[in-house]
Design a protein around this ligand. Structure first.
Ligand SMILES: *Cc1c(COP(=O)(O)O)cnc(C)c1O
Length: 228
């Protein structure tokens, strides 16, 4: 993948600084507050020394795809750095909900009723405040997770009324073979129609397109840590 400005030899601190510059430029160009866009550093499949380097550079918000890997990466570090925030950005199986609720600060991939029910129960049990995003399958791809757009209003209603979940916004992963901006604009429209504030969209290759369209969380792995 080609990532503008990325240099394999660059230390992680410089990669993070460069991405903050790119966020600033994209936000200012769109007339948005720079601080309205948060950088989620995606640490999946990265070695501990690279994660340390990101922490040393001041990064505190991280994204992980898998519950078990996230526990291995973060269980000890969360004790050392109490201000670390972790987002789950990969699919969540209901048999991992207990661990996920204990570890994460946001679930970005809420995508079905069974999961909403399981999360609701576990959140009550652990007496925790755990905001969630609903993943939307904007391209309606058969192999991809996420609620199809037509089912979103009903699903949001279910999550709020039946499960009392704290739904803050929407997340999407656009199809690889389509212009991502179309999907970002669509997700933003869905969020607006449903009165939701947060939009998790944009990865290493396309976050500069997601910011003018309203991204509040961008999820960057390769652009910070290099190839996995
Ligand atoms: C891996 C992953 C990312 C990061 O992708 P990069 O292209 O490496 O920045 C973002 N979002 C999700 C859901 C991912 O699984």
């Amino acid at each position: 993948m080609f990532i503008r400005g990325f240099n394999k030899r660059m230390p992680i601190a410089e990669n993070i600084a460069r991405i903050h510059q790119q966020i600033k430029k994209a936000a200012q160009g769109a007339g948005r507050e720079v601080l309205s866009v948060q950088l989620v550093a995606v640490s999946k499949m990265q070695p501990p020394e690279k994660i340390r380097a990101a922490l040393d550079a001041g990064q505190r918000l991280f994204g992980e795809n898998r519950v078990q890997e996230a526990q291995a990466h973060w269980a000890a570090l969360k004790g050392e750095y109490p201000d670390i925030k972790l987002h789950l950005i990969g699919p969540l199986q209901t048999n991992k909900v207990k661990e996920a609720v204990a570890l994460f600060d946001m679930i970005e991939t809420l995508d079905r009723e069974k999961l909403a029910i399981a999360l609701s129960k576990e959140i009550k049990k652990q007496n925790k405040n755990l905001p969630c995003l609903v993943q939307v399958n904007t391209g309606e791809e058969v192999q991809k997770a996420g609620i199809i757009p037509a089912a979103l209003p009903g699903f949001l209603d279910f999550c709020r009324r039946e499960c009392a979940l704290d739904i803050r916004g929407l997340m999407c992963i656009p199809p690889v073979d389509e212009p991502p901006a179309l999907h970002f604009a669509f997700l933003a429209k869905l969020a607006k129609e449903n009165n939701l504030k947060e939009l998790s969209m944009g990865m290493s290759g396309d976050f500069e397109k997601a910011i003018p369209l309203g991204a509040t969380f961008i999820r960057i792995g390769t652009g910070i840590f290099g190839e996995r």
